[in-house]
Design a protein around this ligand. Structure first.
Ligand code: PMP
Length: 407
């Protein structure tokens, strides 16, 4: 069958890695590939009670269409409780409920990107954002990071080189995939630069509350005097991703545009889901639930990093995330982690090769490892298996290097 598709579909392709990762559905494989919250921590009994009460007591409204902006009590709860601290007082009217923050990424592409437009992002960045933005044919400019996130001098140089860039997309907290966190000084500086250069900042914050060490950091939005920062939030990582409920926090004129886009896309997010979450937030403590998540994920991160410290070759580097779900591993530059994955699958262990997270310059010697969704025992076992393959590849690379030197 020959279909005359839109040009944008040329940018939307199934990735070979996704095909390989389908194999990880085999339960005997230890998969560090996903980015899933731990399912045994979902508050199933509480949700079951709240869901049935919501239908029984509010059914007529809960099963009906509702406003595009979202359920007002949920928007109030988000404004008051989920957006913390800060320079500006968030109001419910500045919140738009979305179907996860993934929908907000798609809307951001729709709102800002015409074909060929420049957008800035971290290098590496979230694969789902690359896919969402790619549908609108942008030109990505990747900004390098160090342990404190985006390097400000590089950001300024990029703004000067591309003054018509549409926005900066950043994940400041425990970044997906690198686990890196943007320092407070740089958050302030990015907010200041956004106002000075009138450049919107898309601050994607699904992991901000999953901190393992100390308090959560103030957002870039909390320093936003110019109103150029658009913050995306989600209940996926702090509650349950199956609800598909997230939000956009932005100033009125920008938010109105997002609302128009949402009307055209799906009219509204599910009324019942929004009310169930709002009622859960009323009757139970999400703070307590998040404390449990933090504690569990911190222990799993420690097990992963300790096992890597013991078994990985010393030439391998990895990040020590202070929260979130991931660590990011850098292997010697000759090693292609896509090739390594094929062998890892035979040892029944999986990860995501790093090349997927670079929108332009594909670097092949990185991998992303997730520690949130598995028991400590499995994490240890999987990392030991992985270390055996990595050691083999590092040795082969080392021998090859020696041979080259001799020649
Ligand atoms: N942004 C980032 C950085 C993510 O890691 C994810 C999920 N992995 C999302 C957005 C999308 O999350 P959701 O749509 O479930 O809110």
């Amino acid at each position: 069958m020959k279909l005359k598709l839109a040009e944008r579909m040329e940018n939307i392709k199934a990735s070979e890695i996704r095909e390989l990762l389908k194999l990880t559905e085999d339960p005997s494989i230890i998969s560090f590939a996903g980015g899933l919250p731990s399912p045994e921590l979902f508050p199933i009994e509480e949700i079951s009670k709240i869901a049935s009460e919501t239908v029984l007591t509010e059914g007529k409204a809960a099963l009906q269409y509702s406003t595009t902006e979202g359920y007002h009590l949920l928007r109030e709860k988000i404004a008051k409780e989920r957006i913390k601290g800060g320079f500006l007082k968030p109001e419910a009217s500045k919140i738009l409920i979305t179907n996860g923050s993934q929908q907000a990424l798609d809307f951001t592409g729709k709102l800002f990107i015409s074909p060929g437009d420049i957008i800035f992002c971290e290098s590496p960045t979230y694969l789902g954002a690359i896919n969402a933005f790619n549908a609108y044919n942008p030109r990505f400019i990747e900004l390098p990071m160090d342990d404190e996130g985006i390097i400000i001098e590089e950001f300024i140089a990029a703004i000067k080189k591309y003054p018509n860039a549409k926005f900066l997309y950043t994940i400041p907290d425990y970044q997906n995939p690198s686990g890196i966190t943007l320092s407070i000084e740089r958050r302030k500086e990015i907010a200041r630069l956004s106002e000075f250069y009138e450049l919107p900042i898309i601050e994607d914050s699904p992991y901000s509350e999953l901190t393992f060490e100390g308090d959560m950091l103030p957002s870039i939005k909390s320093f936003d005097e110019g109103g150029y920062v658009i913050q995306l939030g989600s209940f996926s990582k702090t509650f349950c991703p199956g609800f598909r409920i997230g939000w956009i926090f932005a100033e009125d004129d920008i938010l109105q545009k997002y609302i128009l886009i949402k009307q055209g896309a799906d009219l509204q997010s599910g009324t019942l889901d929004q009310r169930i979450i709002a009622n859960y937030l009323k009757d139970y403590s999400l703070e307590k639930h998040i404390l449990k998540l933090r504690e569990t994920y911190r222990i799993r991160r420690d097990v992963m990093l300790d096992t890597m410290d013991t078994y990985f070759p010393k030439t391998v580097k990895y990040t020590h995330s202070k929260g979130g779900l991931f660590t990011w591993v850098e292997l010697p530059s000759h090693i292609d982690t896509k090739v390594l994955l094929e062998e890892a699958l035979q040892y029944k262990v999986a990860f995501v090769p790093g090349s997927s997270f670079f929108p332009t310059e594909k670097k092949n010697n990185f991998m992303r490892l997730n520690y949130s969704s598995m028991s400590e025992e499995k994490i240890r076992d999987g990392i030991i298996r992985l270390s055996q393959i990595i050691s083999k590849y590092c040795e082969a690379a080392h021998t090859q290097e020696k041979k080259l030197i001799k020649v």
